[in-house]
Design a protein around this ligand. Structure first.
Ligand code: ATP
Length: 184
């Protein structure tokens, strides 16, 4: 069984995926390292640009019959049996990425992606089995226990649990609004 753990950068995918794999006794697979290992994608500066279909082909071929937790911000586009989309208050994403030294532009891009549910919407296009978990104010342990609880109940789909637009005023400072052009 392939369980994909996805979400906006900084949401906690790696932390949660490793712990989830440990508790389930599954192998942990970092999708970026998996791509590199199989020669998928091209390095553009620090970033690895991959062809999603090519990566999905290798995931299907190499991991299909294994018990793995797949970690990566493209994992929701892979042929997984179960997708977990982690969510966090966009302000938290902004603070974590600021701490990592990301540029204002990169922070704004990711905060906005979390605000408007980009990962979730992409996942819905690809997979029926999606569980969304709000990690805000929870420890990684609590998040993993929540995931295990849902899976143990046989629930495969639980979406629409957060609406960050309610907190728009708190999120605005992290966004780059208006661009360079003046409104006339
Ligand atoms: N409930 C939580 N779940 C997961 N991570 C949490 C939680 N609370 C705090 N954190 C912290 O948030 C940070 C998330 O970092 P992590 O590398 O796991 O995110 P990521 O989504 O994998 O990022 P990236 O996509 O950039 O690799 C870690 O420092 C982690 O300790």
């Amino acid at each position: 069984m392939i369980i994909a753990v996805s979400g906006t950068p900084g949401v906690g995918k790696t932390t949660v995926a490793k712990l989830l794999a440990k508790k389930l006794g599954y192998a942990y697979v970092d999708l970026r390292e998996f791509a590199l290992k199989h020669g998928v994608g091209e390095m553009k500066g620090d970033e690895l640009e991959v062809e999603v279909d090519e990566l999905a082909y290798y995931v299907e071929k190499k991991l299909k019959d294994k018990n793995v937790v797949l970690d990566g911000h493209l994992s929701h586009l892979m042929p997984a049996d179960q997708v977990i989309i982690l969510r966090a208050h966009p302000k938290l994403i902004g603070e974590r990425l600021k701490e990592r030294g990301y540029s204002e532009e990169k922070i704004a891009e990711n905060v906005e992606a979390e605000l408007v549910d980009v990962c979730l919407l992409e996942a819905i296009e690809e997979n029926e089995n999606i569980i969304e978990v709000d990690t805000t104010d929870k420890s990684p342990e609590e998040v993993v226990n929540e995931i295990l609880d849902i899976l143990n109940k046989g629930i495969k789909r639980r979406i629409g649990i957060v609406d960050w637009t309610k907190f728009y005023d708190e999120i605005v400072p992290y966004l780059k609004l208006g661009g360079d052009e003046e409104w006339v």
